[in-house]
Design a protein around this ligand. Structure first.
Ligand SMILES: Nc1ncnc2c1ncn2[C@@H]1O[C@H](COP(=O)(O)OP(=O)(O)OP(=O)(O)O)[C@@H](O)[C@H]1O
Ligand SMILES: [Mg+2]
Length: 149
């Protein structure tokens, strides 16, 4: 079978919490129109939402790229931002540098990155100080009519 890939791209601006969650809800609608199982969509959207909030909270802007293939859904979130000094520390549950303003909005539990990893079949994060952070997520595709694959 010929591999057909659908590519989607979205831009996120940092700082604007009113728009946070917009890209992930748009992506959710696009994924729901395809033959992808809801439990796979849920994982992808949870991880995307956490990534989007992190961009709004900590970075300047970002691009989300999604590649939907026959076997996998690949998601890349690449931001321009301060980067993460110690990725292992940032990945720890409960570690957060969120400001009081961010905490007042209900974020800053230090659970976002670990939640992203938990909802990914493959999760990779790399970061450069004063440049930005790139996260790559792969989830294996399960189609609605074929729950056993
Ligand atoms: N894109 C990013 N750019 C720079 N720093 C980041 C980025 N994403 C996460 N971080 C850093 O890693 C820490 C942990 O992130 P994580 O998403 O796990 O928790 P949080 O955002 O602090 O809280 P929560 O996600 O539970 O609301 C953040 O507090 C921040 O210091
Ligand atoms: Mg977070």
């Amino acid at each position: 079978m010929v591999e057909e890939t659908i590519s989607l791209q979205y831009k996120i601006d940092g700082g604007d919490f009113k728009k946070a969650g917009y890209a992930s809800s748009q992506i959710k609608k696009r994924l729901q129109k395809l033959n992808i199982h809801p439990k796979v969509i849920k994982k992808i959207v949870i991880a995307l939402y956490e990534a989007e909030i992190n961009v709004v909270a900590y970075a300047y802007d970002a691009v989300i790229r999604i590649e939907i293939g026959n076997e996998t859904v690949k998601v890349k979130i690449k931001d321009n931002g301060p980067g993460i000094q110690d990725i292992n520390q940032a990945m720890e549950k409960g570690y957060s540098t969120a400001s009081s303003k961010i905490r007042e909005m209900g974020f800053g539990a230090g659970m976002g990155l670990s939640n992203m990893k938990k909802n990914s079949d493959k999760f990779d994060i790399k970061s450069k100080i004063n440049e930005g952070t790139e996260i790559n997520i792969i989830n294996y595709r399960i189609n609605i009519k074929n729950e056993n694959n």
